[in-house]
Design a binder for this molecule. Structure first.
Ligand code: FES
Length: 343
């Protein structure tokens, strides 16, 4: 196999390069127009990285600095990008990059330990300096756009994608402010990295739990509102932000199911049929029976839970779920009363 270059790109396969050159040459000899077969190079964005540093950033929060085993140059990224991390257990998790995009040799991510979660954060906290993890990306599902005015709203560990956005807004000379919320000051990571003067720290123990209206109060028309944090916070901001502002947000938890109808899911290979109630996803119901079923974002964008559909139709609730032969079981639901999956 041809090894990838430093950016993880595969070199051209000599056979297909030769075919492409020969075909293009023949087309030219024949005097045909449009002689080019575009050669699309496959990009392998999977790589092993080494944990170079682990730092405690707040209560239950550590940051991990990752680098290539040879300390080589890593693919570039922009504020809002995340890495998919494949843990030794096989779990796959997404973490926003929260370092400096101009640092091309290390990535920084941060993880809050959730003892009652699905196990990924506990496993991440068990990684020590020198450990190796496999990652994919960076990918950007939360793009940062150049605007004149920003309101950033971060809830706890939701500061991670916001941190490089704040730095970028500062570099742009934009008019920005940040509202940073959490239970207590001790639970908020990276307080020491935030520029002073434009940041409002709002903790539940000092100020009470804010609602959406509190967070977007006084936001001017034309403001780009970037929000990342727990689902109730995002839902509150969505409900309260006026039409004059544009809202960009990233969730750390699945959105509530809207207009869900109950259906049955038949798992053909497992020989089981399960009832999916209106307020649960097919993924959650299936995981009760098959805990090892693969998933990651639970929001319909990573594609990890894509499963072949053997009979029935799905309602395609995510723009990333257009394929009739399969469905994203974390978000999409059966259109009829039953769907059969290859599980
Ligand atoms: S788990 Fe990410 S798309 Fe379903």
């Amino acid at each position: 196999m041809i090894p990838p270059d430093l950016r993880g790109r595969r070199k051209r396969d000599p056979f297909w390069v030769a075919v492409s050159v020969a075909f293009n040459g023949m087309q030219r000899v024949r005097g045909l127009r449009a002689p080019v077969i575009p050669y699309v190079e496959p990009v392998d964005r999977t790589r092993d990285l080494v944990v170079l540093e682990v730092r405690r950033e707040a209560e239950d929060v550590v940051s991990l600095r990752l680098g290539a085993p040879d300390r080589g140059v890593l693919p570039g990224w922009q504020p809002g990008c995340h890495l998919d991390v494949f843990l030794p257990s096989g779990r796959r998790r997404q973490y926003s990059l929260c370092g400096d995009p101009s640092d091309r040799r290390t990535y920084r991510i941060a993880v809050r330990r959730l003892p009652d979660g699905a196990g990924g954060s506990v496993e991440m906290h068990g990684l020590a300096k020198g450990a190796t993890v496999t990652v994919q990306g960076p990918r950007n599902a939360f793009p940062f756009l150049a605007r004149d005015r920003y309101l950033f709203i971060a809830g706890g560990i939701g500061i991670t994608p916001i941190l490089p956005m704040v730095a970028a807004a500062e570099r742009l000379g934009a008019d920005w402010r940040l509202i940073y919320t959490g239970r207590t000051r001790a639970s908020l990571p990276f307080l020491d990295e935030l520029p002073s003067g434009r940041v409002l720290i709002r903790t539940d123990d000092e100020h009470g739990v804010p609602d959406g209206a509190d967070l977007v109060e006084g936001v001017a028309d034309g403001t780009a509102v970037y929000c990342c944090g727990p689902a109730p916070m995002i839902d509150g901001v969505r409900a309260s932000v006026g039409e004059g502002a544009t809202l960009h947000y990233e969730r750390f938890a699945p959105a509530p199911i809207v207009d869900g109808r109950p259906f049955e899911v038949e798992l053909r290979r497992s020989g089981r049929t399960l009832a999916v109630p209106a307020d649960r996803s097919a993924l959650d119901v299936i995981r009760d029976e098959l805990p090892a079923v693969a998933y990651s974002c639970r929001q319909g964008f990573c594609g990890t839970c894509r499963t072949a559909v053997l009979a029935g139709e799905a309602d395609r609730r995510s723009p990333g779920d257009p394929d009739g032969g399969s469905m994203l079981i974390c978000v999409s639901r059966a259109t009829g009363g039953r769907i059969t999956l290859d599980l």
